[in-house]
Design a protein around this ligand. Structure first.
Ligand SMILES: O=C(O)CCC(=O)C(=O)O
Ligand SMILES: [Fe+2]
Length: 201
């Protein structure tokens, strides 16, 4: 079943970010979490770097380990995710005329105690990143586990409001890559996600 994409775009237009729960079903989320762990245990993940071309690894800024998804070697569970993202891209292009061309996604595993300090997603060297998308793969996440995504929303009066998003499995968050500063707060347990960007030509 196709999830309802409308609240994501409505949310971005009204508040600067959109959320939809059950972007992935519980079964799809569990299958992708298993897939992530299989690849992690096979040694396929790398410590995430900061910046685009650079290979600066600074764990105090960013503690996650990542693996980019390669369409050519994607498993059937990963293809389900990529297909759903393509449906979302079609929806966005029909409703917003953003001219999205493609997505690029990586798995991310944040070991307990790690986060990602406040940042903006769009690199100066890559203006093709339009929308940031994060889909969480956690089971039974509690508020007390921490690991919230903090979104720093600029208000019309110039003040800033912080919105906290709990990384519940199957939930998808989306915002404009060049606008919204955000951070990942450390969690008391491992935190799993698929993160990516929808890009223009
Ligand atoms: O996992 C999240 O909630 C956000 C991740 C993030 O900001 C990033 O990878 O750029
Ligand atoms: Fe980010």
């Amino acid at each position: 079943m196709t999830p309802d994409f409308e609240p994501i775009i409505d949310g971005i237009l009204a508040n600067g970010y959109g959320i939809v729960d059950n972007f992935l079903s519980a079964d799809e989320t569990a299958a992708l979490a298993t897939q992530l762990r299989t690849r992690y245990e096979a040694g396929q993940f790398r410590q995430a770097a900061i910046g685009n071309q650079s290979v600066v690894v600074e764990k105090s800024i960013r503690g996650d380990e990542i693996l980019w998804i390669d369409e050519a070697t994607a498993t059937s569970d990963e293809v389900v995710f990529l297909d759903r993202i393509n449906q979302f891209i079609d929806y966005v292009n029909r409703t917003c005329y953003l001219g999205l061309q493609e997505g690029e996604f990586h798995y991310a595993l944040y070991p307990a105690g790690t986060g990602y300090q406040r940042h903006l997603d769009r690199f100066r060297s890559d203006s093709r990143r339009k929308l940031s998308v994060i889909c969480y793969l956690n089971t039974d996440w509690q508020d007390t586990d921490g690991g919230q995504l903090a979104l720093f929303l600029l208000q019309p009066d110039g003040s800033e409001q912080t919105e906290l998003v709990t990384p519940i499995g199957g939930r998808l968050v989306c915002f404009e890559s060049d606008r919204l500063e955000h951070e990942v707060r450390p969690a008391t347990r491992e935190r799993l996600s698929l993160t990516g960007w929808l890009k223009t030509r």
